[in-house]
Structure formats: structure tokens, C-alpha cells
Write a new protein. Structure first.
Length: 105
């Protein structure tokens, strides 16, 4: 009677202890993964904030460059472009719409 009671009881207690150990290990692993996920989310939010600031800076720089490009385009189109042909004639190109014609002078 003693063997029939204590042997299964010892086996049940051993298996219960083993399951508690496995549960604790799995719980610690789950907590570790949750902490890693939280850290990853914080890093992602930090990078998104930095990217947003950079994107705003890029857009401002792009707008400044666009204004400089328009200014350079205007300056280049208003300056007379003189070229010499093969026959030795000098002709003005590019700025004819901005310069007064010789007949009106």
C-alpha cells in the first residue's frame, strides 16, 4: 500500500514541479521578448521623429534651391548670348525677347 501510494504521488509531484519550472522559464522568456519589443517600438518612434525633422529640413532646402534655380534661369535668359557664325557675323541669341530691338531705338 505504501509503494502504491507514494510512488505515483512522487511521480505526480515531480511532474508538477517540472511543469512549474517550464512555466516560469516560458514566462521569463515572454517578459524578455515584451521588453525587447517595447525597446524596438521606442527606437522606431525616435527614428520616425528624426526622419520627420530631416524631411522638413529637406523640403525647406529643396524650396530654397528651387528659388535659386529660378533666379539663375532668369539671369541666364536675360543675358545676351553672342555667338559668331562661320561667316564672321555676330548674332545675339537667347535674350531677344528682353532686349529692345534696334529699329525702336
Amino acid at each position: 500500500m505504501i509503494i502504491t501510494f507514494w510512488l505515483p504521488m512522487t511521480l505526480v509531484l515531480f511532474l508538477a514541479g517540472l511543469e512549474f519550472y517550464r512555466y516560469g522559464r516560458q514566462y521569463r522568456q515572454t517578459q524578455s521578448l515584451r521588453n525587447e519589443l517595447l525597446e524596438t517600438r521606442e527606437e522606431l518612434h525616435r527614428r520616425e521623429a528624426v526622419h520627420s525633422l530631416n524631411q522638413t529640413h529637406w523640403e525647406q532646402t529643396e524650396e530654397k534651391l528651387r528659388c535659386f534655380l529660378e533666379l539663375m534661369d532668369t539671369l541666364i535668359n536675360t543675358i545676351a548670348n553672342r555667338s559668331i557664325s562661320r561667316m564672321g557675323r555676330v548674332s545675339t541669341r537667347g535674350a531677344t525677347r528682353y532686349l529692345p530691338s534696334k529699329s525702336s531705338a
